[in-house]
Design a protein around this ligand. Structure first.
Ligand code: TXA
Ligand code: MG
Length: 353
């Protein structure tokens, strides 16, 4: 299949999005920008279209899709009930990087929900995403537009790396703003529960609706409690090389990464180092990349997946990364890094001086 990459600039945007909407209405796939990561869209109410998403991504069919909507009236059509707390969260964070889990209505096919009685819904804020949802009939199922298991795409080039020849169209709206996927909150139970941390932090959800739980399966990942979002149980976001996080006191972490990268380089392995703007200059061995600045952790979220993909392009075999505090957006950053690393974490010992 030929993949057309459409650059959205200037006066043609409305026409280009209308053409993309036609593809969706005919059951085809279109990759498009959202404020979090690029999505791979299909008509969420068409079972055959949803199946095509799983095929294109090589995604396990028990991993449900998020249905993207563009207005509140449409929420009622695909859900059985909308709890008051969900209305409060929607009022505060939609359109935006929040996904909520509801009981589904019969309109939503099980192909879209991976066989579940619940449906994940998000109203994105990216203008291209909103326009495409409207042009495509109102309900667009969209996972991140990467091959299953690879880092999520934050540019149209990343999408092309994974999807060229597999889908008819990629809408290029430039790099995304946030860089990690939406926060998922399950509002179908008594107390809201965060199933996937994201840009909207636990504190922000709590300020809006009171007490919130964190899925116990998240902290226990790598052990034996399964996370509630089916997708969170898979090794994900992973670069091709081996990624190892180094945790501990800042200075000790740097020294340990220098020691490890020296050792790997001298044994002939192609080694990468993930540092920050503050520390990159201090690493003498391997291919060193800054993931952002600790003074503004949003920059770290924005660059995370791109940096992992760059190491892939350069065939790096082993990557050592600094780790980050799990506060605020740091919780989402560490969740993604830990998954990408398959939970391999070394603790650097404090030096004596
Ligand atoms: O930011 C985002 O959410 C991006 C953009 C494109 O909107 N989408 C995204 O989709 O990250 P995806 O498919 O890569 O991740 C969806 C996650 C998976 O972990 C999936 O298991 C979970 O949402 N999920 C979907 N429906 C669910 C449901 N009914 N119950 C529990 N988890 C669900
Ligand atoms: Mg994904």
């Amino acid at each position: 299949m030929e993949t057309v990459v459409v650059t959205l600039t200037g006066n043609d945007t409305a026409c280009q999005i209308a053409a993309a909407g036609q593809i969706l209405k005919q059951g085809g796939l279109v990759a498009f920008p959202t404020e979090t990561v690029y999505g791979l869209g299909a008509d969420a109410l068409n079972p055959q279209a949803s199946r095509r998403i799983y095929e294109a991504k090589g995604r396990p069919s028990d991993n449900p899709l998020i249905v993207h909507i563009s207005n509140m009236e449409d929420l009622g059509k695909i859900t059985a009930k909308v709890p008051a707390q969900a209305m409060e969260l929607a009022a505060k964070f939609w359109p935006g990087p929040l996904t909520m889990i509801f009981e589904k209505s019969p309109l939503v096919p099980f192909e879209t929900t991976g066989g579940l009685q619940t449906v994940a819904v998000r109203m994105p804020s990216h203008p291209v995403a909103l326009a495409l949802i409207q042009a495509g009939g109102g309900f667009v199922a969209a996972p991140s537009a990467n091959t299953s298991g690879r880092p999520s795409p934050t540019t149209a080039e990343h999408v092309a790396q994974d999807m060229m020849g597999r889908i008819p169209m990629i809408l290029d709206g430039g790099p995304v703003g946030i860089g990690i996927e939406s926060t998922i909150v399950d509002v179908s139970g008594d107390m809201p529960m965060i199933l996937r941390p994201g840009f909207i932090t636990k504190e922000m959800v709590q300020d809006a609706v009171g007490p919130v739980e964190l899925d116990p399966g998240l902290a226990a990942e790598g052990r034996n409690i399964c996370p509630k979002a089916p997708g969170m149980k898979y090794r994900h976001y992973a670069p091709k090389g081996e990624l190892i996080l180094v945790d501990g006191e800042r200075k000790a972490v740097q020294e340990e990464i220098i020691r490890l990268s020296k050792k790997a380089a001298s044994s002939g392995r192609k080694v990468g180092v993930i540092g920050t703007d503050e520390t990159c200059g201090a690493y003498p061995y391997g291919l060193v990349k800054s993931i952002g600045t600790r003074e503004d952790e949003e920059t770290i979220a924005r660059h995370l997946y791109g940096v992992l993909r760059e190491f892939d392009e350069q065939d790096v075999e082993i990557i050592y990364s600094e780790s980050f505090s799990a506060l605020g957006i740091g919780q989402a950053i560490m969740n993604r890094l830990l998954k990408a690393a398959g939970h391999r974490v070394l603790t650097a010992k404090k030096t004596e001086d």
